[in-house]
Design a binder for this molecule. Structure first.
Ligand SMILES: NC(=O)c1ccc[n+]([C@@H]2O[C@H](COP(=O)([O-])OP(=O)(O)OC[C@H]3O[C@@H](n4cnc5c(N)ncnc54)[C@H](O)[C@@H]3O)[C@@H](O)[C@H]2O)c1
Length: 441
């Protein structure tokens, strides 16, 4: 288990200069974490080169972006994209003439989830085939990078991908029960996780969210060696999640969203950074706070721990936080206050029902019915305090967090304090008082 290691000092300005390159290993979509990274890299004059996950045609085949999609993706990124489909995972791999996992599960019914059996031998073969396809795509990408990027420039290669929910229809209703179910709909995450479907998710999350970082480091070895031999730096970063320290009950304490069953893959990601660092490669996983993104929408309640960021920012920068408070206040329903909102979030975070889940060493934790119901009720009540449920205080705070972490990662990647570092609410707030944080709020 990785030691908990919050970033305590703001990083010094990194040595990246105009013409250096940010390589984004993961497609950029709106409102995701990677937007903050891209913004900071551009601000300091770096060139941004992106990748794409590719698209699946209706017959299931994976293809590069077409001209229209590529133009839209490059406009969104503000940089060129290497148009080789870099989709991780193995759910659609058919091997030795046997149908893919998605095909095999086509007729599976959600209410039969606990008795569905999968052949572990086939899963292993599909995973091997998926890895080979992914690595082959990475090799092509790395060759193109060697042609495009000069040998004497510094490079930051940033891993942003996380996912791996198999695309068979049976999964979404089940995962909705695991993450959002109450009453009869509640499904214990530990029961799901010990089923064959849960075991498949485990292998798939490891492959997509963790092992891709290893493949990325390995397949860019030649680029790395060439540029480091020329005196430039080649650094790697990845986005992790391993709980966050937030203000609860007036104290800074580590807590986590539960049930984060992707957590085992995130621990594996930290191990990959540790191994690379031991070999002298500059690689760090930056564990980030909970925010609202396309990917986190499934984890209803994940946003509760984001509210107290408001208190921390005010405690750190005082009246300079007022414009942020005003923007957040404007999103509330008439009669509601931010103070009530913060109290409501705090009541969940400090509840005795979640107290046993505040143990870092035994993370990630499975849900309990009481905890799930309390969390989802708190989440719904907090949402209900808004005038418009599509304009949320947490969306405002998410922007602050992804912009802040973008700066902390770009600069922190130059000389990372450890292979796994936590970016807490405390350091995000302190950044707002520093020159580097100008323009975030
Ligand atoms: N949202 C949060 O609360 C939170 C907290 C801490 C860390 N993170 C991490 O931040 C990173 C970015 O996530 P985000 O929340 O900004 O969401 P996002 O949806 O913007 O990013 C997810 C990325 O993963 C890629 N991806 C998903 N499945 C893939 C696959 N099979 N093959 C290749 N690429 C795939 C997507 O293309 C996208 O680039 C992830 O590693 C995530 O775990 C998120």
């Amino acid at each position: 288990m990785t030691d908990y290691r919050p970033m305590l000092q703001l990083p010094e300005a990194a040595g990246y200069k105009a013409g250096d390159v940010l390589v984004l290993a993961g497609e950029l979509f709106g409102r995701g974490y990677a937007n903050g990274l891209v913004d900071e890299a551009k601000r300091i004059g770096m060139t941004v080169i992106g990748m794409t996950v590719g698209r699946r045609d209706s017959d299931g085949s994976l293809r590069p972006l077409n001209a229209e999609e590529l133009a839209a993706a490059e406009a969104n990124l503000g940089g060129s994209i290497i148009n080789v489909p870099l989709e991780a995972g193995f759910d659609m791999e058919s091997v030795d003439g046997q149908p893919s996992i998605v095909e095999q599960l086509k007729k599976a019914k959600p209410d039969e989830w606990s008795s569905i059996k999968l052949d572990a031998g086939f899963i292993d073969k599909a995973r091997t085939a998926g890895t080979a396809r992914f690595r082959a795509a990475l090799q092509q990408i790395a060759q193109q990078l060697e042609t495009i990027i000069p040998a004497n420039v510094n490079i930051l290669i940033s891993h942003t991908m996380a996912g791996g929910i198999p695309r068979a229809r049976v999964f979404m209703p089940l995962l909705n029960r695991v993450f959002k179910g109450t009453g009869d709909k509640y499904l214990a995450s530990s029961d799901f996780w010990s089923s064959d479907l849960g075991k498949l998710c485990d292998v798939s999350f490891n492959e997509v969210s963790a092992d891709t970082f290893r493949y990325l480091i390995e397949e860019t070895a030649s680029l790395r060696e060439r540029n480091t031999a020329a005196g430039a730096r080649v650094n790697y970063s990845a986005y992790g999640y391993h709980g966050t320290e937030v203000l609860m009950g007036g104290k800074f304490l580590w807590q986590s969203y539960t049930p984060y069953v992707q957590g085992w893959a995130k621990i594996r990601l930290e191990d990959i950074a540790k191994e690379a660092s031991e070999k002298g490669i500059t690689a760090a996983v930056f564990n980030c706070p909970e925010i609202l993104t396309n990917s986190s929408a499934l984890f209803l309640g994940v946003e509760i721990s984001l509210y107290p960021l408001l208190s921390v920012i005010r405690a750190t920068i005082g009246d300079a936080a007022e414009p942020l408070f005003d923007r957040c206040r404007a999103l509330l329903k008439e009669g509601e206050t931010l103070e009530r909102m913060l109290e409501r979030a705090d009541a969940y975070l400090t509840s005795p029902v979640v107290a046993e889940m505040l143990d870092y060493a035994s993370w990630p934790h499975h849900n309990t019915r009481d905890q799930a119901e309390l969390m989802l009720a708190a989440s719904a009540e907090l949402m209900g305090m808004h005038a418009d449920q599509k304009q949320l205080v947490c969306a405002e705070l998410s922007r602050v967090v992804f912009r802040s972490t973008g700066k902390l990662i770009v600069h922190g990647s130059w000389n990372p304090p450890a292979p796994a570092v936590w970016l807490t609410h405390g350091i995000v707030a302190r950044l707002q008082a520093d020159k580097l944080g100008e323009g975030i709020l």
